[in-house]
Design a protein around this ligand. Sequence first.
Ligand SMILES: [Mg+2]
Length: 374
Amino acid sequence: MRITDVEVIPLRIPAHNVHIADGIQDDVIVRVHTDEGITGVGEADSSPMVVKAVVEAWPSWPRCRGLRDILVGEDPLNVEMLWEKMRFGTLWLGRNGVAQQAIAAVDMALWDIVGKAQSKPVHQLLGGAYRDRIRVYASALFTEDPAEMTEVGQKYVGQGFSAVKFGWGPMGRSLAGDVKLVETARRAVGDDVDLLIDAGCPFKARDAIQRVHAFAEYRPFWFEEALEGDDLDGFRRLSRAAGDIRIATGEQESALPAFEALITEGEVDVIQPDVSRAGGPTECRRIAQMAYRHHRLCVFHAWKSGILVAATLHLAAITPDIPFVEYTVSESPLRRELAHVATTLKDGVATIPQAPGLGVELNEEIVARYRMDR
Ligand SMILES: [Mg+2]
């Protein structure tokens, strides 16, 4: 089997509001085509037109090539070798960041092809599953209105979620205001639900330490992205001061060395790679194994379409120690209708897809309705 084309499809909903932190208002998917009629699908959480450029760029020299130029003519079953070829061929596009995000989408599609060719689900190809289902958490935004937060928290608990995350919004304006947000969130979900707090990077270490002490009585499971990603010294200070609260971060990162630095230098308890940003299933498996080796948690971030939902569930299946993963609850049509996933969600627990490949079926009507390149 040979790769004949790497097709990039940018998508965007007409109601796209750039001021709302909902990353599934636009999307970029790739389809890797082969000469045997098998097609794989993948997705990147990035800027769609930038990913398109990374795939379609002409070759400048051996370490500065587009992904299509690297892949056409290759055997798609050689996924790990092709991942290394893509890494080497895009070194000048950035060892971290958008090059890895584009590789993530293509890598996902390659694993989808291998699974379809061998009639096996991706988790089996990646080494075999520890589980056939996983707890998932729902995410909501902090808002100015406590009644709104209460309503949203109660809605997710009512749907059966046993872990709920609140994040961003007004967090970071004042100590008293931030404590009120966490108190409201805890009241909304009740005492028995794991409450996750996502600050959205507003703090310096000193302020974050003050918060983590003040939040303790509301027993958050973790405190996420309190600091900017490169503040390893700050993460170390915060982690050492955090007591029982786990310090989590990493959704911005896209290569294994950055995650390892967060653990060994930042001393964080939880890393949060996103399979559609951090090099795809190939690299995310290595990242999860690295975290396990350091006795830390790897809990996948995921806020995109059903394609990423499926890829995340396969990675959750093969990760030895994982309490739950994020489950995108956005109402965007790109989340709800773009891809059908072979999973069921009941009482906050999702089944791992067992269909060949990723176990996703694209809705061609939705692709045609929202694609931006025609
Ligand atoms: Mg986050």
